[in-house]
Design a protein around this ligand. Structure first.
Ligand code: 6GU
Length: 241
């Protein structure tokens, strides 16, 4: 997979992508991430990329020219002309695990980091194919949101996670929150590890974990349970807890 990011703040991306799982995926050529500075397509000596809004008002608006030309130059060099052009904006559809899985299937993503003051509407109408928000709060720009989307998508790519950190049991993949985990020491400050986890009885352990996931989801995120695939006995568990 190849991901191209268009941003006014390319340096923001150097930290997160220089660490851990994303770096390993890049080093192993499982993913190519190209960060492009939008200002390289700015106009005039000052590389201008924004201007005052027609009709007045506060803040600046991102001009269409640099966004179109940057995207077109990325597309011209790409083997995937149908790659989506995704704007990160609080007005987009709210990102979740399902959208991450959907994007993982694509060969290339072009991500445009918007700024809250706004982007010329013609970019939305004629260049952007999808708009994504990472939640109902306002960030100073789309950069952190782009990093969140990239992280969630890249970890789902085949081979990125080792088998011991597999994504298939993730919270949210099955619409249930994770069960509680324990590690050594078995007793810490008098607080015990649940006996069932030490029993060696794998069927009992799996049953306990499944119940704990369901109960935790019921208490913390009951709305998720509607999408979870529960057996009749499990539904029972949620009705009298
Ligand atoms: Cl994608 N951008 C901005 N500026 N704020 C956000 C967001 C995106 N998602 C949630 N808040």
């Amino acid at each position: 997979m190849r991901i191209d990011v268009l941003t006014l703040f390319p340096n923001m991306f150097s930290g997160p992508f220089a660490e851990s799982i994303i770096k390993r995926a890049m080093d192993r050529n499982l993913i190519t991430i190209m960060i492009h500075n939008l200002r390289d397509w700015g106009s005039g000596k000052h590389r201008v990329v924004d201007d005052y809004p027609f009709g007045g008002g506060t803040g600046m608006v991102m001009k269409p020219e640099s966004l179109f030309e940057a995207t077109e130059s990325i597309k011209a060099e790409s083997a995937y002309p149908s790659a989506p052009v995704i704007l990160l904006t609080p007005q987009g559809r709210v990102f979740n695990q399902g959208i991450a899985a959907e994007l993982t299937a694509l060969d290339q993503l072009i991500l445009i980091c918007g700024h809250y003051e706004g982007i010329d509407e013609r970019v939305r109408e004629h260049l952007i194919t999808d708009e994504i928000s990472i939640g109902d709060y306002v960030l100073t720009g789309g950069e952190l949101a782009a990093m969140v989307v990239i992280d969630a998508v890249v970890r789902l790519l085949p081979g990125v996670l080792g088998s011991e950190e597999s994504a298939k049991d993730d919270s949210h993949t099955r619409s249930l929150l994770e069960y509680p985990q324990y590690t050594r020491p078995q007793t810490y400050r008098g607080w015990e590890t649940p006996q069932v986890l030490l029993s060696g009885n794998h069927a009992q352990i799996a049953k306990w974990r499944r119940e704990q996931s369901i109960l935790r989801t019921l208490r913390r995120r009951p709305e998720l349970l509607e999408k979870a695939d529960l057996s009749p006995e499990e539904k029972e568990l949620t009705s009298y807890s």
